[in-house]
Design a binder for this molecule. Structure first.
Ligand SMILES: Nc1ncnc2c1ncn2[C@@H]1O[C@H](COP(=O)(O)OP(=O)(O)OP(=O)(O)O)[C@@H](O)[C@H]1O
Ligand SMILES: [Mg+2]
Length: 350
C-alpha cells in the first residue's frame, strides 16, 4: 500500500544498504558518542565553575552556589534517579498503639545527601530503623534502585545488607571493646567479600588511610582512641562494605565542634571520591546547611516540609520549620509546641 516509501522489514537492508546488525552497531556508536560528549561538557563546566568560584570568591562564589542549587532543584522524572525511595511508610513499635512514622515519602538520589531534621522524638531514628529493616513498616515500602526491599531484616539478601550501612551517634557502644581496630574493620571485609590473611590486612590499612588515621591504629583497642577517632573507625567499618547509601544518625552530636567538623569534612571527601549517598539525621542546622543537598523536616512522625536545600531554607516557612531555623533546637520532645504556644499567647496578650 505504501509502495517504495514503506520502511524495510526488520533484518533487511535499509535504503542505504545497511542490514540489522550494522544498524545496531551504528546506533550503539551514536549512543556512546553522545554520552561521552555529555560527560566531557559536564566535566569542563564543573571545573571552570569551580575554578571561578575558588579564585573570585565573594559574591561570584555565592551566585554560582545559588545557580548550582537552582539546577539541583530541577526535579527528575519520578523513579528515574532515586537510589533509596521511601514510599508512604507508616510504622509503630510493638505494643505501642500509635504510629511513630506516618505516611513518610522521601527520595535519596545517588551521591547526594538528604538531611533529616526535627526535634527530639519526631521519629528520625525510627525512620532509619524502618529503612534498615529493624522495624518493618505497617504500610508503604522502601525501594532500593527501584526494587522493593523485603521489609524485615531477616528477609534481606547479603547484598542488601552490604549496600545499606549505618553509623550511629555513640561510636563507643557501636564497637566491641575487646576487638582491635583491625579486627573491627576486617569483619565486614571477610563477611561480605571473603577477604582473609594478607589481602584483608592490606585492605584494612587502605581503609585506615582513607579515614586519615594510618596503619599504626590497626592494633589499637577502642579504649585507646579519642571520640573522633572512634567515629572514624565506625566510618571505615561502614566503608569496608562498599555501601551505596550510608545512614548517619547524629554521628557528630557526641563530638566537640572542631572534631565534628573534621568528621563532616571526611564524610564529604568520601562522598566526592566514592559517590556514596548519605541520609543524614541531625538536629543541628549548621550541619544541615553545610552538607545537605535535600532536606526533610520531621515533626511528630510526619514530614512537614521537604525538598532541595535552597527551597526548604527559603521563606515562607511553616511554624515548625521557622522555629527550627530561628533557634537552637533543644533535644527534648514537645519543645517546638511549647515555644509556639508561648509565642501565640504573647501575640494574643499584646
Ligand atoms: N523501642 C521503642 N519502643 C517504643 N517507642 C519508641 C522506641 N524507640 C523510640 N520510641 C518512640 O518513638 C518516637 C520517635 O523516637 P525516635 O527515637 O525515632 O526520635 P528521634 O527523632 O530520633 O529523637 P532524638 O533526636 O532524640 O534521637 C518517640 O516518641 C519515642 O519515644
Ligand atoms: Mg534519634
Amino acid at each position: 500500500m505504501c509502495g517504495s516509501r514503506c520502511p524495510p522489514p526488520i533484518g533487511w537492508a535499509d535504503s542505504i544498504g545497511r542490514d540489522l546488525l550494522s544498524r545496531m552497531i551504528w546506533g550503539g556508536r551514536v549512543t556512546i558518542f553522545v554520552a561521552a560528549c555529555a560527560t566531557l561538557i559536564a566535566f569542563i563546566t564543573g571545573v571552570v565553575l569551580g575554578f571561578l568560584a575558588a579564585v573570585a570568591g565573594g559574591w561570584v562564589d555565592q551566585a554560582l552556589s545559588r545557580l548550582v542549587d537552582l539546577m539541583m532543584s530541577i526535579p527528575a522524572p519520578p523513579g528515574t534517579t532515586a537510589l533509596l525511595s521511601i514510599r508512604g511508610v507508616t510504622a509503630r513499635y510493638p505494643g505501642v498503639p500509635v504510629d511513630v512514622l506516618r505516611d513518610i515519602t522521601l527520595d535519596l538520589a545517588p551521591g547526594q545527601t538528604l538531611a533529616v531534621v526535627g526535634e527530639s522524638g519526631s521519629g528520625k531514628s525510627t525512620l532509619a530503623r524502618a529503612i534498615t529493616g529493624l522495624l518493618p513498616p505497617t504500610q508503604g515500602e522502601i525501594l532500593f534502585d527501584g526494587r522493593a526491599l523485603p521489609p524485615k531484616l531477616a528477609g534481606r539478601s547479603q547484598d542488601d545488607l552490604r549496600e545499606l550501612q549505618m553509623i550511629y551517634q555513640m561510636a563507643d557502644t557501636a564497637m566491641n571493646p575487646r576487638q582491635t581496630v583491625g579486627t573491627i574493620i576486617g569483619r565486614p571485609l571477610q563477611f561480605y567479600f571473603g577477604l582473609r590473611g594478607a589481602e584483608k590486612r592490606k585492605r584494612i590499612l587502605e581503609l585506615l588511610e582513607e579515614i586519615e588515621l594510618g596503619a599504626g591504629f590497626a592494633d589499637r583497642y577502642p579504649a585507646e582512641l579519642s571520640g573522633g577517632q572512634k567515629q572514624r573507625v565506625c566510618i571505615a567499618r561502614a566503608l569496608a562494605a562498599k555501601p551505596r547509601p550510608i545512614l548517619c544518625d547524629e554521628v557528630t552530636s557526641a563530638l566537640d565542634p572542631l572534631v565534628a567538623d573534621g568528621i563532616l569534612k571526611l564524610l564529604l571527601d568520601l562522598q566526592r571520591e566514592e559517590g556514596v549517598a548519605y541520609l543524614f539525621i541531625t538536629h543541628d542546622l549548621a550541619t544541615v546547611r553545610a552538607i545537605a543537598d535535600q532536606i526533610a523536616v520531621m515533626y511528630r512522625g510526619k514530614v512537614v516540609r521537604s525538598g532541595p536545600k535552597a527551597e526548604v531554607l527559603a521563606p515562607p516557612f511553616d511554624d515548625y520549620t521557622d522555629l527550627l531555623l530561628s533557634s537552637a533546637p533543644e533535644m527534648r520532645q514537645g519543645w517546638l509546641e511549647e515555644v509556639i504556644a508561648h509565642r501565640k499567647m504573647a501575640a494574643g496578650g499584646n
